[in-house]
Design a protein around this ligand. Structure first.
Ligand code: 6R9
Length: 631
């Protein structure tokens, strides 16, 4: 890739500036100052962050770097659940609500910190009694219910390594993950709820364990009506187990480098990778970023819409907020059921003050129109945040005006399953530039580099790379250390997962998307996200995906799939409008040669468009494994 392949739009950058009170009252304060303090003494910076959690035994060194392996907080001993639960119970938060949960049918549950601790301890005792020991893998395959969080924390309490599999995956995906991890126990629910219907999970588990000899028991959280029967010898009831146990369980003393969990990434090619995170570094990284990036305060009601089955749910529904003693709201409710106003109603009803969601959800709300959110008083909101995909400027503006009501900062957080915590963002209180995620957070050294790992000039594009280890980085890929090493060897000793990005003249970074989402047209590299963003900025477009289709002259040409907003109908006239619009926004080289209007786009369950499937369909090829896609 040459440095001229990307360019920042030529117009003067547009910034949104939060009220100065945000910066004054934020945990981070002045970003530049905080960043310089980190650069002056990186180990000292992380030592201070590590002092914000409790250690059973202090560590004797902050970090040891033996390329490409880093060890953090050496010989420190801790348990993350002591920090998520006991510590708060002992320090005046015993009766503070830790979890507010709301089901699809309107049912509600709340757990105070002391109630959550008692449940986690009892379930941890049950796992122990079944013979689950430190280091054993436990697969958790559940819907978004409090029992899922209890199961995760109970594993962490006794040092078992949880492997959460998103409850929307099918038999093959689940089987592959159970076998790769060698899970000893599978914890599931009989059903999950989706738009008023019960989806049976238990039959999926039954099939997925058939050729998984490591599985000794299946624990079923029974919630459907009528109550499902437990058949085989190895099936046990979640609450029967929990209720006969004592409510106190000493946390296992974990070394900082012991594995905390593994989580499989939704790779676009190859088998899924089991990303391993370590106890100490992950606790420090998620505690730090939840506090300083999302600016969580004592009285906040915090809602992150991710499923705990993804890394965002691990770090920013479960561990990060609980490490900070926050009140977490979460729900099984999809954003369109019973209608498109439900999320805004929940924000109003629970007084949510920090709201963290994904661009795909925001674009869906844009598509149905702001009449749904306009109905609700959203004045409790203080901070908005986004993750998962580039937040294109149109989605930024919509989120800012219609949800934040021109008042709340938007924190667009770039990070990955592999990074465990936020890496690049615009800190609360700093000027926001739509389309740009922002700058590396204090603690992170990142840059946009060329193929040889050399920083590109401002205004140019390249690979997003991390130059210094960080505490919550992945430690390896389970059973596949070669794939771990590849993260560090692709770009000459820097970490990359080949996201493409552009470095702005103001130091802000615009993330374009994964390099495999790149189309080369007549020798020019064109990021699919750039073209899609242009299409979405047209008034008629709700969502768009583009792919490369082979062309004898140009190598590739661009084909676009477009979902129109309600009220627009596809016509040839509109097609040429859209092509002209892309030509004017990105340039003639990015102009799609073909546009097809569609009703839906293939997406992963976490909302990422899977262009590979569109491409395969277009070219009449086998789309490969589609078991991980949305219906
Ligand atoms: C946290 C998460 C990681 C990939 C990442 C990038 C994309 C995530 C983004 C973003 C632009 C953001 N991504 N956040 N792109 N702006 N704010 O999503 O983890 O599921 O592992 O995906 O998602 O391409 O490399 P994960």
């Amino acid at each position: 890739m040459t440095e001229q392949d990307f360019s920042v739009p030529l117009e003067a950058p547009k910034y949104y500036r939060p009220d100065p009170s945000y910066r004054e009252q934020s945990w981070i304060g002045d970003y530049e100052e905080a960043y310089q303090r980190f650069i002056a003494d990186p180990d000292g910076f992380w030592r201070e962050r590590a002092a914000e959690i409790e250690w059973f035994e202090p560590f004797d060194r902050v970090m040891e770097w033996d390329f490409p392996y880093a060890r953090w907080f050496l010989n420190g001993k801790l348990n993350i659940t002591h920090n998520c639960l006991d510590r708060h119970v002992q320090n005046g938060r015993a009766n503070k609500v830790a979890l507010f949960w709301r089901g699809e049918q309107g049912e509600e549950k709340a757990y105070t910190y002391s109630q959550l601790l008692r449940n986690v301890s009892a379930f941890a005792n049950a796992l122990k009694r079944m013979g689950v020991k430190k280091g054993d893998r436990v697969c958790i395959y559940m819907p978004v219910v409090p029992e899922q969080v209890i199961a995760m924390l109970a594993c962490a309490r006794i040092g078992a390594v949880h492997s959460v599999v998103f409850g929307g995956f099918g038999v093959n995906a689940l089987n592959q993950r159970i076998r790769d991890s060698g899970s000893k126990v599978v914890i599931t629910s009989d059903v999950s709820m989706r738009r008023g219907k019960e989806i049976q999970l238990k039959p999926i588990v039954e099939e997925a364990v058939v050729n998984a000899p490591s599985v000794e028991a299946i624990i079923v959280h029974r919630r459907g009506t009528p109550m499902v029967e437990l058949h085989s010898e190895i099936e046990l009831d979640f609450y029967e187990l929990l209720e006969r146990e004592s409510h106190s369980c000493e946390p296992e003393v974990m070394d900082a480098e012991d594995p905390l969990f593994l989580l499989y990434t939704s790779g676009t090619t190859g088998s899924p990778k089991g990303i391993i995170h370590a106890c100490g570094g992950y606790a420090v990284g998620t505690q730090y970023t939840t506090k300083y990036v999302l600016d969580v305060k004592e009285d906040d009601v915090y809602w992150c819409t991710a499923d705990p089955g993804w890394i965002t749910g691990h770090s920013y529904v479960v561990y990060g907020p609980l490490l900070n003693g926050a009140t977490v709201f979460f729900t099984e409710t999809t954003p369109d059921f019973p209608d498109h106003g439900i999320w805004w109603k929940l924000i109003r009803d629970y007084g949510v003050s920090i709201f963290y969601t994904a661009p795909t959800a925001i674009r869906m709300f844009m598509r149905v129109g702001e009449q749904w959110s306009d109905r609700y008083d959203l004045s409790s909101l203080r901070v908005l945040a986004s993750v998962g995909e580039p937040l294109n400027p149109e989605a930024f503006e919509w989120f800012y005006h219609h949800i934040g009501r021109d008042r709340c900062p938007i924190v667009d957080t770039w990070w990955q399953t592999e990074t465990g915590m936020h890496m690049i963002t615009t800190m609360v209180g700093e000027p926001m530039r739509p389309g740009f995620a922002g700058k590396p957070i204090p603690g992170v050294v990142a840059d946009v580099v060329d193929m040889d790992g050399r920083p590109v000039e401002a205004g140019n594009g390249g690979f997003l790379a991390i130059k210094r280890p960080w505490p919550s980085m992945l430690r390896t890929v389970y059973n596949d250390d070669d794939r771990y090493r590849k993260y560090w060897t692709t770009l000459d000793n820097l970490y990359t997962a080949t996201d493409l990005a552009v470095k702005g003249h103001d130091g802000n970074i615009m993330v374009i998307g994964r390099a495999d989402d790149l189309i080369i047209v007549a020798g020019h590299n064109i990021g699919t996200a750039e073209v899609e963003s242009a299409l979405v900025s047209h008034e008629a477009t709700a969502e768009a995906a583009v792919i490369g289709v082979p062309d004898p002259v140009k190598g590739n040409q661009i084909k676009a799939f477009v979902i129109l907003k309600d009220g627009y109908t596809g016509s040839d006239r509109l097609k040429s409008d859209l092509r002209y619009h892309v030509r004017m926004t990105v340039g003639p080289i990015a102009m799609p040669s073909e546009i097809e209007f569609v009703e839906a786009l293939p997406k992963t369950r976490s909302g990422k468009i899977v262009r590979r499937v569109l491409r395969a369909k277009e070219l009449g090829m086998d789309p490969g494994d589609t078991s991980t896609l949305e219906d």
